[in-house]
Design a protein around this ligand. Structure first.
Ligand SMILES: [Zn+2]
Length: 320
């Protein structure tokens, strides 16, 4: 049997040792090259696009020779007003891309020795950068599987039996339960969305799946509507999981990764950010055969293109 990709040397092209051995200047240079690929890392003014700037090396800043605007490599990106060293930032990205089922923020904060709050916001900013790879705006095609899985809203049963309530009733639920609907090409991308009911997934399919595609879904009755637009293979999970090639196993393996991430690493997440964990998981799923150095570069490059995060800039200052 061929060796599994993740066990091969080709999957390991970046390591913490390499990052720290190369040092801060090399890490900084990498961010410059990712920010300004068209000039090979030479600064380009974000205000007037002029490509000559004075270097204020002591503070790692630039001053545009045309308009005198001062900026840094992270100005206007999700890493704006970052305080972390570039080498630590790169190490954090390496750890995150290596964690194939996600990573708890306590662990990240210990590994790179930063505050929990810093790790939490950093990881969320990186998920925003990753989301651009997942939500490309392109429709899915070929053979597309669709399914939903519920997350959150757990109500702990009362200790004494006499005080326990019927947790199936709406009035006893927390209101934080959500469903992740995922659409996955058998040969390609995974696209997750968050909704309150699985039936909303029909609308997602209409918006995001090519009419030339064929689909697979389980027996849930809300998927019946899909037959109006597509050829749909149905599989009845109460009887069989894979019926002569009719299955939704690809989308199920995405849910398995997402569940491992949320339950194993994060121990439950807010419904407000569930979509970001789903995006993160979809990206890991779609890139499970990409080496870790390439993954880190994709994240840095996306982060350098992502505008200042509205959700996460100054998050803890606002929360305080
Ligand atoms: Zn300028």
């Amino acid at each position: 049997m061929a060796q599994h990709f993740l066990l091969s040397a080709a999957s390991r092209t970046l390591s913490l040792r390499k990052i720290y051995k190369a040092g801060e200047n090399v890490a900084y240079q990498m961010f410059c090259e990712m920010r300004w690929p068209e000039t090979g890392g030479e600064a380009v003014c974000p205000k007037c696009s002029h490509d000559e700037a004075y270097k204020i090396t002591t503070r790692r800043k630039f001053k545009c020779k045309a308009c005198a605007h001062q900026f840094s490599v992270t100005s206007g990106t999700i890493f704006a007003s970052r305080k972390m060293d570039f080498v630590d930032l790169l190490a954090a990205i390496c750890l995150i891309v290596n964690a194939s089922k996600g990573m708890s923020m306590v662990q990240l904060s210990r590994d790179i020795d930063c505050q929990y709050k810093t790790a939490f916001v950093l990881a969320h900013k990186l998920r925003e950068a990753i989301a651009q790879e997942v939500h490309t705006g392109e429709v899915l095609d070929g053979h597309v599987e669709i399914d939903g899985a519920y997350f959150g809203g757990h109500v702990r049963p009362h200790n004494e039996k006499a005080k326990r309530v019927d947790r199936r009733l709406k009035k006893h639920q927390t209101g934080t339960r959500r469903v992740v609907v995922a659409m996955r090409e058998r040969e390609g991308r995974t696209l997750p969305m968050v909704a309150k009911t699985e039936g909303e997934g029909v609308g997602f399919a209409i918006e995001n799946i090519s009419r030339d595609a064929t689909m697979s879904a389980d027996e849930a009755s809300h998927w019946d509507t899909l037959h109006d637009g597509w050829m749909v293979d149905r599989v009845n999970h109460s009887e069989i999981y894979s019926d002569h090639g009719k299955h939704t196993n690809m989308v199920e393996s995405f849910f398995s990764r997402l569940r491992n991430m949320i339950e194993g690493q994060h121990h439950g997440v807010s419904p407000k950010y569930l979509h970001q964990y789903a995006n993160h998981s979809a990206w890991l799923e779609d890139n499970r055969r990409t080496d870790n150095g390439t993954l880190a570069k994709i994240v840095v490059s996306n982060a350098m293109e992502a505008p200042v995060s509205r959700d996460w800039k100054g998050y803890w200052q606002r929360a305080a």
